[in-house]
Design a protein around this ligand. Structure first.
Ligand code: ADP
Length: 308
């Protein structure tokens, strides 16, 4: 079984009167790319700060690499590389010099690793260029380079693609995948865009108003967003009885007073249509659809509202 890199149990952080993170319980195992997905203000950064030791929890437990004693957490955090908000750089110094300064600040010996890291993040050609001339994507990659200085086993990246153009986003994605696959680094990253996350994450934690509202694997997410039939009828309640009795459809949702989303038997819309019509239901339309990831995200948030 894969080792647990991170486990939180009812982790909470309260700022004056309100909770930024509340009763958060998540588990990240070695080798995973865990995507923390939530709207702005949901609590992603706060949770990452707690994990990286930049902020102290109000209550709850946090385990890193299986241990939660004060001493082991200090030790474990040396194995974490984090980029929470863009680090500050000296604008008139080169990328390499900036990296050397960060190395010194972290007490890491300056050796060949700096060149190696610059190579890995794709900045070796521009390592002597002054930081102020860097594009946003290059700055982001330099931020990741800093996080890599201590040779981490676990990388925590807060919105690493925020503000980048599609090419920049794809480059960062490729870099994170390489770090995961080639260096076996476990990754926790955040985004407010599920679609973007879905191209990289192996596991997901959805956070809203400081609470984890859902945790699921890539396979489970794909299953949730699987194909469905959208059936428009005069009487959805009666239609669903027929779907169950005659069409072997157990998974469906009534989504309005005319619409049903049915997840079973999607390859046989003609049979479903025939059964409904023969049993007295007027079928106005029937179409196939795959659920959009962002729709799923919005639905999750709405369910959270209803259960709040
Ligand atoms: P996200 O990263 O998902 O955008 P944050 O973790 O930054 O969300 O913020 C979660 C909530 O906590 C927000 O309502 C934010 O205003 C609040 N918050 C974050 N940091 C502080 C702080 N230092 N003091 C008070 N409130 C804070």
């Amino acid at each position: 079984m894969e080792k647990e890199v991170l486990k939180t149990q009812n982790l909470s952080k309260k700022y004056s009167s309100s909770f930024a993170v509340k009763d958060c319980s998540i588990t990240i195992k070695q080798g995973q790319i865990y995507g923390l997905v939530g709207k702005n203000g949901a609590g992603k950064t706060t949770l990452m700060r707690l994990i990286c030791g930049q902020s102290k929890q109000t209550s709850g437990n946090l385990y890193l690499f299986g241990d939660n004693s004060k001493k082991s957490l200090i030790e474990s955090r040396t194995k974490i590389g984090c980029m929470i908000e863009t680090p500050s750089f000296y604008p008139d110094l080169s990328a390499k010099k900036n990296l050397m300064i960060y190395s010194m600040k972290k007490g890491i010996p300056i050796d060949n690793r700096i060149d190696e890291i610059l190579e890995f993040v794709g900045l070796s050609d521009v390592k002597e260029k002054t930081f102020s001339k860097f594009s946003l994507g290059m700055k982001e990659r330099l931020g990741i380079a800093i996080a890599l200085l201590g040779n981490p086993e676990f990388l925590v990246l807060d919105e690493p693609t925020n503000g980048l153009d599609p090419v920049g986003i794809a480059e960062i994605r490729k870099l994170i995948l390489r770090l995961n696959e080639e260096k076996n680094i476990t990754v926790l990253l955040s985004s407010h865009i599920l679609k973007e996350m879905s191209m990289i994450a192996t596991h997901y934690g959805f956070i809203d108003k400081g609470k984890i509202i859902k945790e699921l694997s890539r396979e489970e997410l794909m299953e949730k967003c699987r194909e469905a039939l959208l059936i428009e009828v005069n009487n959805p309640q009666s239609a669903c009885v027929i779907l169950e009795q005659f069409c072997d459809c157990k998974n469906y949702q009534i989504i309005s007073d005319r619409l049903i989303k049915c997840y079973d038997n999607v390859d046989h819309p003609e049979q479903i249509n025939q059964e409904l019509v023969e049993n007295g239901i007027s079928v106005y339309s029937l179409s196939s659809m795959g659920k959009d990831l962002e729709d799923y995200f919005i639905e999750l948030l709405e369910e959270g509202e209803e259960n709040a």
